[in-house]
Ligand binder design. Structure first.
Ligand code: NAP
Length: 288
């Protein structure tokens, strides 16, 4: 369903949360949030809506709907909604990206829950990462959240790899210690303890692709390799990492924990994490 169809549907008459993105068909967020809402018997539904670029003029009318209780934003809208917020939390302000809008007395407040979600699985590795460097592939909304989180976790140097480092925005420039190309990154691996894939390479329609060439996989040895992708549960990048002798983390915990923080902001309630992981595990990989 696109936004125009949603606005003309009966769904807008009852309490609802909405995920806006393009595409959104693959998203597991409706499953997570509707499972949590059912668990607490909340009379609210979460819908995933595909927002077309030419529908941006409908956004003010959409945000004015009384029964709209919260908005979740995904690719490629994490930047575009800053203009519709009345207030931003400090993280969203710094990284110029928000994935969560929360309604309060004065209007819409933008939050970034990706930073928190990304950090949770790394808490156990804090010692291994302290004073080390990290390489992030990609320079989009998620990469900025990752760079911010890594600095908070005590990483000394954040190296962002982009296809076009010369075109990177101001926020990435401020967050990255180095901004390099795919031809250059392997020269900066001496102190690297963590590699993060923050690009869509590895998920549909790029299932068989990785940004690490076969001749470069030895750089991954003895590091932690973290792919933000959760479906498939093991991307080509994570397979390369495992074979090279790295520890691997996929994006599932990040997904659950960013959702958990968001659900708390929207409803004041704790995500039933075990129940949600069970629901997700039945879906992951089955779709590929
Ligand atoms: P985004 O804003 O569109 O940024 C993705 C970045 O990846 C782009 O800025 C681009 O950087 C690079 N990129 C895009 N297409 C590429 C290609 N074909 N080859 C190489 N690089 C490419 O998206 P995002 O919101 O940051 O999301 C990135 C990934 O993280 C997605 O796979 C998303 O599903 C995942 N994610 C997961 C979670 C979770 O909870 N697990 C949360 C957020 C995001 P350059 O132009 O600089 O090369």
């Amino acid at each position: 369903m696109n936004l125009r169809e949603f606005l003309h549907s009966e769904h807008t008459k009852k309490s609802h949360f909405v995920l806006l993105g393009n595409p959104v068909k693959h998203s597991f967020s409706p499953l997570m949030h509707n499972t949590a809402a059912r668990h607490y018997d909340l009379k609210v539904r979460y819908y995933a809506i595909q927002l077309e670029k030419q529908e941006m003029d409908l956004v003010p009318e959409f945000l004015d709907k009384e029964q709209l209780k919260g908005v979740n934003l995904t690719i490629p809208f994490k930047y575009n909604f800053l203009q519709f917020t009345d207030e931003l939390d400090p993280v969203s302000k710094k990284i110029e990206a928000t994935n969560a809008l929360v309604k309060n007395e004065t209007g819409w407040k933008g939050y970034n829950t990706d930073v928190y979600g990304f950090s949770v699985p790394l808490k156990d590795y804090k010692q291994k990462l302290a004073e080390k460097a990290a390489i992030i592939f990609g320079s989009g909304g998620a990469a900025k959240a990752v760079a911010y989180a890594l600095k908070e976790l005590g990483i000394r140097e954040v190296i962002v790899v982009s296809r076009t480092p010369g075109n990177a925005g101001e926020a990435v420039r401020q967050l990255a210690d180095k901004l390099v190309s795919y031809q250059e990154w392997s020269s900066f691996t001496q102190n690297v303890a963590l590699f993060v894939n923050a690009t869509p390479l590895g998920m549909k329609p790029h299932l068989k692709k990785s940004l690490v060439k076969e001749t470069e996989t030895h750089f991954l040895k003895n590091t932690i390799c973290y792919d933000l992708i959760y479906n498939p549960s093991e991307t080509k990048f994570l397979k390369q990492a495992k074979e090279a002798g790295a520890q691997t983390i996929n994006g599932l915990d990040m997904l659950v924990h960013q959702g958990s923080k968001l659900f708390k902001l929207w409803t004041g309630k704790t995500f039933p994490i075990r129940l949600i992981k069970e629901a997700l595990s039945n879906k992951i990989d089955a779709k590929n």
